[in-house]
Design a protein around this ligand. Structure first.
Ligand code: HEC
Ligand code: HEC
Length: 477
């Protein structure tokens, strides 16, 4: 029988349908395995703070299984044994992820970072103790620069290939045959490329003094990578900040130099700085973080306090410090001009009017748009809540102990080690000298550019016994 036009038509239609179905299922398969998004919801707001996605997985999330096995393939590229903990990352018992990491499925599981990576502190009473984790405190040991270097170095190594990586993953997880192909031909090569790009975009870091643990250059990555401003020669190395008790901070300028005045914007710029994009930023999840840090109380000093001495100290505080540091103080939460405060000015000069303008333009048209970034001329007289856990002190973390801050700069510790989290209740701060601190810590030399411990000489002329009383009071904050 001869084919009639209608028969041909039917055949074409059938082929077309089959083709559409085929393309459709390939498309679906591709979508399912590469783009489908599944987020984890944490009932507890503290867990959400520690592990909940802020939207940083899409653009910068390393595929989870690869991320997990890298320290096992490349222990030689880490500063010490111990995997990621050697970079100051903390695992809570019973948790899949370390504090400050999220995991989200975008086709396949990807790892991201959360606010808690930099904004949760740890301390130990003795070297044998497990670290006590305090959410909202400044991390004094997470080494972001070391972490970025590690990822970049892994990607440059020839062992960063499917054979090594898939073999190592198989000890943790049975990937399906299809997944293995996906990892071998798409995910592993792409991750390698992305990590090499990461190394490239952070190359500016290597031309400046080391940040060390507990410190980052928070806005240079934003300036150069997010806002597209030309790479300049500024050094923005600054200490992590505590973010608890924000309701009491209402109206205070935010960040060390007060470059923000809105808490919501500070939270959302935090997520952009951590790798969330305009499309991926989890505004709802971040609102939950904001509500949490508004209410989160600062931690109480865990050692005994001589209450009588502290009461005497509170009067010394009243006459020497309260105008700038007490809640309700006339200048608390405002920017004190750099010429008056006299501390290191590099962090201040890192942020420019051009950067503020560009960031204010950045999210134009989004309902979470930024418009309160600004350029200031000094550092904020910060509230001192939870002060005991905020060592080392000042914006660049240049003063290891509170007792040191009450000495004139010439008598403050010139070289110390930071990143060791055993506490020193006598000096009020983390143990920053001695064999153990040297072994675990990063050598901080105050003579290095942007590390200066000059300035803030308030209280340095008090009598020794008044200093003792004042310190006792500061422990109560
Ligand atoms: C990679 C480390 C890092 C991560 C992750 C991070 N921050 Fe920060 N954050 C910092 C540093 C460092 C500062 C101080 C920066 C400066 O001004 O020099 C800061 C400052 C802040 C402040 C200002 C506090 C004050 O009293 O002025 C807030 C609020 C804040 N961060 C919230 C967040 C939130 C919310 C997130 C998560 C969305 C986040 N941060 C993620 C490092 C980080
Ligand atoms: C004129 C205002 C002013 C007075 C008075 C003042 N401070 Fe400060 N204080 C500041 C500023 C501004 C900063 C931030 C400086 C920096 O980090 O570069 C600061 C920082 C600090 C810090 C470090 C906080 C941290 O998280 O690292 C401590 C501790 C501190 N001051 C204690 C005191 C004590 C104690 C007194 C009284 C003896 C005092 N200050 C008097 C303005 C003041």
């Amino acid at each position: 029988m001869e084919s009639t036009p209608s028969k041909i038509g039917r055949t074409i239609t059938a082929i077309a349908i089959i083709l559409i179905l085929l393309i459709g299922s390939v498309g679906y398969l591709a979508w399912y395995n590469l783009f489908r998004e599944v987020d984890t919801y944490y009932e507890s707001v503290e867990d959400h703070f520690k592990y909940g996605s802020i939207g940083s997985e899409n653009a910068e999330g390393v595929p989870y299984w690869i991320w997990l096995v890298l320290p096992r393939i490349f222990p030689d590229k880490l500063p010490k044994p111990g995997g990621y903990t050697s970079l100051g990352i903390t695992w809570e018992e019973g948790q899949e992820l370390p504090v400050g990491f999220s995991k989200k499925i975008i086709g396949f599981p990807r790892q991201g970072i959360t606010c808690a990576l930099c904004h949760s502190a740890t301390y130990r009473q003795t070297p044998k103790d497990k670290p006590t984790i305090v959410p909202g405190g400044p991390s004094n040991k997470f080494h972001l620069q070391g972490y970025i270097r590690f990822l970049g170095d892994c990607a440059t190594d020839p062992r960063f290939n499917a054979d090594y990586i898939l073999d190592e993953i198989s000890y943790n997880y049975d990937l399906s045959l299809f997944d293995k192909l996906l990892y071998r031909f798409i995910i592993i090569p792409r991750t390698r490329k992305e990590l090499l790009e990461l190394k490239e975009t952070f190359a500016w870091m290597e031309e400046r003094p080391d940040q060390g643990p507990g410190r980052i250059a928070p806005f240079n990555p934003v300036k150069f990578r997010v806002l597209g401003l030309p790479v300049d020669d500024t050094i923005g190395n600054s200490d992590m900040m505590s973010i608890w008790n924000q309701n009491q901070h209402e109206g205070f300028a935010l960040h060390w130099d007060g470059l923000e005045t809105s808490l919501t914007e500070t939270v959302n710029t935090g997520a952009i700085g951590d790798g969330a994009t305009k499309e991926s930023i989890n505004i709802q999840g971040l609102k939950r973080v904001e509500d949490y840090i508004r209410q989160l109380p600062p931690p109480k000093y865990p050692y005994t306090i001589d209450q009588g001495l502290a009461a005497k100290g509170s009067q010394i505080f009243e006459s020497n410090c309260a105008s700038c540091h007490a809640f309700g103080g006339e200048r608390t939460g405002t920017v004190i001009p750099i010429d008056e405060i006299g501390t290191d000015r590099y962090r201040l000069d890192m942020w420019t009017q051009a950067a503020a303008d560009a960031y204010n333009e950045f999210a134009e048209g989004y309902d979470w748009d930024f418009d309160q970034l600004r350029k200031t001329n000094g550092y904020v007289a910060v509230a001192l809540d939870g002060l005991w856990l905020r060592a080392p002190y000042l914006h660049n973390g240049s003063v290891p102990y509170l007792t040191d801050l009450l000495e004139i700069p010439e008598q403050r510790t010139m070289v110390f080690y930071r990143g060791y989290d055993v506490y020193n209740p006598e000096k009020v701060g983390f143990v920053a000298e001695g064999v153990a601190a040297e072994k675990e810590g990063f050598k901080y030399d105050t003579r290095v550019t942007a590390n200066s411990n000059q300035g803030h000489v308030y209280g340095t002329e008090l009598a020794a016994e008044d200093k003792l009383a004042l310190i006792e009071y500061l422990k109560t904050l």
